[in-house]
Design a protein around this ligand. Structure first.
Ligand code: ZN
Length: 150
């Protein structure tokens, strides 16, 4: 078992302390709420879309370091991306955090998101890492009810 310190890598801690794009977008074309009852993570994702492209993205809420850093880094990774690119990146990210694929060889595609590969050692934490992404999907699809990881 790796030490927790390996999981809470510097970059994750840094993002959880100073989250990027931590703001409500007004007005937002799309927004959705996500909740992870296992850990108590709760976030709202705000989107401004131009056709299929994400022009602006923000989030607010509270949660553990992993969930917050994941939301922060997701917003950085997705600004300017299309819906399809976002879905593809989520798919890749999900494979990495669940240990289904090695992040090795996909560093360019994942960028900094590759730091979350350590999460695969802690199955309960996978929901923390993917909460923002599930919430983003709901926001894009315009779902009204809050997303729960349960
Ligand atoms: Zn959490």
């Amino acid at each position: 078992m790796p030490d927790l310190r390996d999981l809470y890598q510097e970059v994750i801690l840094e993002h959880s302390k100073s989250p990027r794009n931590y703001r409500e977008l007004k007005p937002a074309d799309h927004k959705a709420e996500g909740y992870n009852p296992l850990c108590g993570d709760r976030f709202t994702i705000y989107l401004q879309m131009d056709g299929d492209s994400i022009c602006d993205i923000g989030f607010q809420g509270s949660g553990c370091a992993i969930s917050k850093a994941s939301a922060s880094m997701m917003t950085q990774a997705l600004k300017g991306k299309t819906k399809e690119e976002a879905e593809k990146l989520f798919h890749r990210f999900h494979e990495v955090v669940t240990g289904k694929t090695e992040s090795h060889g996909h560093e360019a595609e994942l960028g900094k998101l590759a730091v979350f590969a350590g999460v695969s050692e802690f199955p309960l934490r996978v929901k923390c890492a993917t909460l923002a992404w599930h919430t983003l999907e709901a926001a894009i699809e315009g779902k009204q009810e809050a997303v729960s990881t349960e």
